[in-house]
Structure formats: structure tokens, C-alpha cells
Design a protein around this ligand. Structure first.
Ligand SMILES: CC(C)(COP(=O)(O)OP(=O)(O)OC[C@H]1O[C@@H](n2cnc3c(N)ncnc32)[C@H](O)[C@@H]1OP(=O)(O)O)[C@@H](O)C(=O)NCCC(=O)NCCS
Length: 298
């Protein structure tokens, strides 16, 4: 949807990812603003097809401002919640302070309300900006404890590479068919951010456990084993994961509620520079400590 240019020479456009030039202009805006290349997603089939971007473009096709919503269904306290994520919020410096972002936030939040999303979720270093729209901070806690006794059996294990087309296809398939990694707080299906986060964080290792048909996303932090995500039709217990990976850490930090791991870690607060914020009734029902898997960050 495109409107006529306004008195500032800006044109509002919504749902414009079908236009390659407009998508490239957003990639440039995010590169210039955050120093990240979301165009990497073109390698994996493009941006999330559920994305609904709201933006202003100048007369040269430069993206002056953008804010996007996308569908991010979640499992929260054992209930499937129709959630929307908000991302790619940026305004070029020369256009700041003029209310463009306020306009885009109103449009995006209004659109999500019309679509019947029960929960809005975003990550930000500027929480005050979203509070007037009903967003509240949700403190994140990871789950830390000693490892369980290892289940040592010979299992087939394969390291996956994002440079390998067959591995990418496998990752996509497993992510589409996955069960949520937690019944307390987890995405139910999210492909694009998992792939992008794997590219952005070069320390992340993706291991495929053939027997469980599950992908484990993990990394080592000194003697701590960081479990970032597990994608599969079922979630193997932590003892089987550590055994398959032949990891014998001093402690484990699960970066999501570990209710399916047959292991308990103690919630440990940490202070990431980015806050998780939520809006909507579904957020009020949250009863336990939570963390959004870093592989689902957006
Ligand atoms: C943050 C940013 C998007 C704001 O864009 P903008 O078009 O200048 O914002 P607006 O003029 O529409 O202001 C919208 C509201 O946000 C407030 N606001 C703007 N910048 C803010 C900041 N850094 N912290 C808190 N509130 C802020 C404004 O006061 C205004 O409030 P009001 O509606 O009560 O008057 C822009 O400065 C930017 O791109 N920054 C770098 C990238 C970034 O931080 N993006 C947000 C990621 S979550």
C-alpha cells in the first residue's frame, strides 16, 4: 500500500517487502542504523513472510523510517498465544524528532489490535519509548545449575553448517515441525530469526542429534555449557544432550525455561542491555521466571 508524497516529500508504505528495491532500502536503513545486515536473510529465502512493515520513503526511494510487526505465535504457560513481535524500528538521523516513529508505532500497534493479536513483544534499549503504548518490562532470567549425570551412549551427531544448502533445508524443516522448547515461554515456530541469529553470533554451534531428530543450539562460556535452544518434534533430556555432545561442563545455563529438559536450574538474573517488553492480557498471566531463547531474539 503506497500513498502520495506528503509536504515533506515522504511517502508512507505498508506491506512493501514484495518490492525488491524497497526491501533493499530497509536493509540499508538497518545497516546504517544498527550495523547489521538483515539482507543475509536473502540467502535463506528472504524475510519472514508474516512481516508487516510500516515505513516512510523519500522521493529517491531511501527508507527514512521503518517499524515492522510479524507473527510470532508463542507457548505461554501451556497456552498457545497469538503474539506479534515488533522489530526493525529506525529513523534516519535527519528525520528524527519529527514524530515519524510515533506515527509508525501507532500504525503498527493499531494494525496488530485489529488483527486480534493477544500479545505484543519487543526487545529494546529504550523501554521508556514503549511504555505509553502499554508495554511493560519482563525481566529475563536464565536457568543455571550443575549438569545432570551424563547419558553416555554412542549416538549419531552431526555439526550443521549454514554454508551447506542441505543443512539449511534440514534446519528449516526441523524448525517448521518443532515443538516449543518450553511450555512456559517459547516460540512455537520461528524460522527466519533462528537462522539470522545463527549467522550473527559466530560462537553459536548447531548440532543435529540424528536419533532425536533435534537440533541443539549451544555454546561454551568457559566451563559453562550454554544451551540456547533445542528444536525438534520432542525435546531430549539434558543428560542425553550433554552425552551426545560429549560435554562435561561444571555448570549448565539454559537460556529458556527448562521444563522439558528433565533437569532443574535455578533462575539467575542477569542484566542484558536489551529489555524484553510485552503488552496485552496474555502477559499478565505469566507466573514464572522466563527467558526468550536467544535464537528467537529479533
Ligand atoms: C528511537 C528513534 C526510532 C526515534 O525516532 P523519531 O522519529 O525521532 O521519534 P519520534 O519523533 O516519533 O518520537 C516518538 C516518541 O518517542 C520518544 N523518544 C524518541 N527518542 C527516544 C529515546 N531515545 N528514548 C526514549 N524516548 C524517545 C519521543 O519523545 C516521542 O515521545 P512522544 O510521542 O511522547 O512525544 C530514532 O531516534 C532512531 O532510529 N534511533 C536509533 C535506532 C533505535 O534506537 N531504534 C529503536 C530500537 S528499539
Amino acid at each position: 500500500m503506497a500513498a502520495a508524497a506528503d509536504s515533506r516529500g515522504l511517502t508512507f508504505r505498508q506491506d512493501y517487502f514484495g518490492d525488491p528495491a524497497a526491501w533493499a532500502a530497509l536493509v540499508a536503513l538497518l545497516q546504517d542504523t544498527f550495523g547489521i545486515d538483515v539482507g543475509t536473510q536473502d540467502r535463506f529465502g528472504g524475510p519472514d513472510p508474516t512481516s508487516m512493515p510500516f515505513a516512510y520513503f523519500d522521493e529517491n526511494g531511501v527508507c527514512a523510517a521503518n517499524f515492522s510487526a510479524f507473527s510470532m505465535p508463542m507457548m505461554i504457560d501451556d497456552r498457545l498465544v497469538k503474539a506479534a513481535g515488533f522489530q526493525s524500528g529506525a529513523v534516519r538521523p535527519q528525520w528524527r524528532g519529527l514524530g515519524l516513529y510515533r506515527d509508525l508505532m501507532n500504525r503498527a500497534f493499531g494494525w496488530c489490535d485489529e488483527q486480534g493479536f493477544e500479545l505484543g513483544i519487543l526487545l529494546t534499549d529504550k523501554p521508556a519509548m514503549y511504555e505509553p503504548y502499554g508495554f511493560k518490562m519482563l525481566p529475563q532470567q536464565r536457568f543455571v545449575g550443575p549438569p545432570p549425570p551424563l547419558e553416555t551412549r554412542l549416538v549419531l551427531l552431526r555439526a550443521l553448517s549454514l554454508d551447506n544448502a542441505a543443512d539449511i533445508a534440514l534446519i528449516r524443516q526441523v524448525l517448521c515441525e518443532r515443538t516449543p522448547v518450553s511450555s512456559v515461554f517459547a516460540v512455537t515456530a520461528q524460522v527466519e530469526m533462528f537462522l539470522l541469529n545463527s549467522v550473527f553470533d559466530t560462537d553459536v554451534r548447531l548440532s543435529y542429534l540424528e536419533e532425536h531428530e533435534a537440533i541443539v543450539a549451544w555454546k561454551s562460556e568457559g566451563t559453562t555449557f550454554q544451551l540456547l535452544d533445542v528444536a525438534g518434534k520432542s525435546i531430549p533430556p539434558l543428560s542425553a544432550i550433554l552425552g551426545a555432545l560429549d560435554q562435561r561442563p561444571d555448570r549448565v545455563a539454559a537460556c529458556f525455561p527448562p521444563d522439558k529438559l528433565d533437569w532443574q536450574g535455578a533462575p539467575e538474573s542477569f542484566a542484558p542491555d536489551i529489555s524484553l517488553m510485552v503488552r496485552g492480557g496474555a502477559a499478565d498471566r505469566l507466573s514464572g521466571p522466563v527467558m526468550l531463547s536467544p535464537m528467537a531474539e529479533f
